[in-house]
Design a protein around this ligand. Structure first.
Ligand SMILES: [Zn+2]
Length: 252
């Protein structure tokens, strides 16, 4: 680390749990963020600022006026641009030292698995059930921890699924295959700071996975009801018949 880096990250380095060693782990880490919308915005802002050395941003959408109420990585002049390019520009103004890769299309399951194999942590910041299953399966095939967040209306939830942990359930253990497309913000609405709260929490869990500080949310689901400022934590367990995680675990 050079002098500028020691200064830029000084408030993290001074934490005994992080120290220079933890900051170096962050600088060496590669995180994929899938979905650069309401959750991916705050997650990417904090991971970039905290010095995660490489980010891969995946989103096939362009920025729309109706996104700006909550997708805070995008600016008004980015309307019409791809979300990944818009986010990259914002993130580099905050931290020009990191590497940012962008993928501006939907990934096939095989491509998701290849991406999961290349990175240390995957953040699911999408709002589509089928894609969530695909990301989950890719992470378990690749042996890569997954930080999953969701937010709708006034309610959010968060969990970590870690294939390296024998006891960890996966997303499919929590939700067996849904037949409908689930809920999304375009049809149901979402209150702006909610996605900030959940997305920022995803960034926190990713940093803990990378630095190995504390305990992650693996095996637990955190549920937040913003209307009543009510946080609840539920234990999750593996489903013995889960098609994704009941077989032998891949380890890296
Ligand atoms: Zn499972």
């Amino acid at each position: 680390m050079n002098d500028d880096q020691l200064l830029r990250y000084s408030r993290q380095i001074m934490l005994p749990d992080v120290d220079i060693e933890g900051q170096e782990k962050l600088l060496a880490a590669h995180v994929a963020i899938i979905g650069i919308g309401g959750l991916g915005s705050p997650a990417s802002l904090y991971l970039a600022a905290a010095g995660v050395g490489t980010l891969t941003l995946v989103d096939h959408d362009t920025v729309e006026l109706s996104n700006l109420q909550r997708q805070v990585v995008h600016r008004t002049d980015a309307i019409g641009r791809s979300k990944t390019a818009s986010a990259r520009d914002t993130l580099l103004t905050i931290n020009p030292e990191i590497d940012i890769h962008t993928i501006e299309r939907k990934l096939e399951p095989e491509e998701l698995r290849e991406l999961a194999e290349r990175v240390d942590v995957v953040l699911d910041a999408t709002d589509h059930f089928q894609v969530r299953y695909q990301i989950n399966d890719a992470c378990f095939q690749a042996g890569t921890p997954l930080v999953s967040g969701a937010a709708i209306r006034f309610e959010g939830q968060l969990s970590v699924f870690d294939p390296r942990d024998e006891q960890s359930p996966c997303y499919r253990c929590l939700y067996s295959d849904a037949t409908d497309e689930g809920l999304n913000c375009a049809e149901n609405g979402v209150i702006a700071p909610l996605v900030g709260i959940i997305g920022t929490h995803q960034a926190m869990e990713a940093i803990k996975l990378i630095t190995e500080v504390g305990e992650t949310l693996t095996g637990a689901l955190l549920y937040y009801d913003a209307k009543y400022a009510d946080w609840r934590r539920f234990s999750l367990s593996r489903r013995p018949d889960c098609p994704t995680c009941s077989g032998p675990r891949h380890t890296r």
